[in-house]
Design a protein around this ligand. Sequence first.
Ligand SMILES: [Zn+2]
Length: 347
Amino acid sequence: MKKIFTSLFILAILFACKSKVNTTSNDLTSNSEIIKKYANTINTADVKEHVYALASDAFEGRQTGERGQKMAAEYLVNQYKSFGISGINGSDNYYQYIPVDSLNKRSKNPSENVIAFIEGTENPNEILVISSHYDHEGIKNEKVYNGADDNASGTTAVLEIAQAFATAKKEGYGTKRSILFMNFTGEEKGLLGSKYFSNNPVYPLKNMVAGLNIDMIGRIGKERDPSDDNYVYVIGADRLSTELHEINEKANATYTHLELDYKFNALDDPNKFYNRSDHYNLAKNNIPIIFYFNGTHADYHKPTDTADKINLELLTKRAQLVFYTAWEIANRKDRLVVDKGSVLAHN
Ligand SMILES: [Zn+2]
């Protein structure tokens, strides 16, 4: 999650001035044992392994363009390879290179989005996007900003969901539509990786049926009861497509039974979270999105956002919700209908 800098920056200036498959019945409810089997491959043991690896000191806070970010990228690529998932356009290249010029002087080195692709069995040109950012704040004052919740948690979820879909495909339950798994760089610098992708989309944006973006799902936010670990904030689901909202609701009611909290989906919410993570760069191109989020907390953007504080069971369950929603979008008979006005009209 990107911090809001603009208003703080203006305040600072003011102060400175002043002082100076294979079947046709793969939808959510008709094949529930099969779907559950693959959802349950998303488990706390795997989740723990990825969160602890991505948020380890070895990855040096994964700052865009720096060594730790590149090590994390390599970790992600190795995972996709081990799941048997190909890279861009079915190749063995998983990197979308972003030149320094496109990083707004926020990095002295180029950086990389990591992209993996599972081809659909019936409508391969229709693509569901499942995304997270994997960069974070790096090392400051000799302290590693591990970014376990922000956003090793979401990146872990994307890996686990990818593995579940890859396993399903191997066993004859490949999704009808294609799925594009993306781990963006440069998010903390201003959504730069997803912005670059939306300007250089690798696959046509008009073919992207929806985007499910996961940014911070391993903790309990400060506005929630600390003992209540059965919720997720859902943001954006109904803004472009009524169907998308309904699918997510149905997936949850059928399988995961989380409380779906829409507090931050209010159009007048001052936090403007809808504009503050990578999904926004898809939504502005009229691609319906859902942003899954746990809210901010005392360790947000602090070196204390560490892996030991992650609620592994909660992260697992939230990732399973994304999987179930994705399953329906990728397997339903018809492409999602975009029935609402442009996102730009709401901002
Ligand atoms: Zn962040």
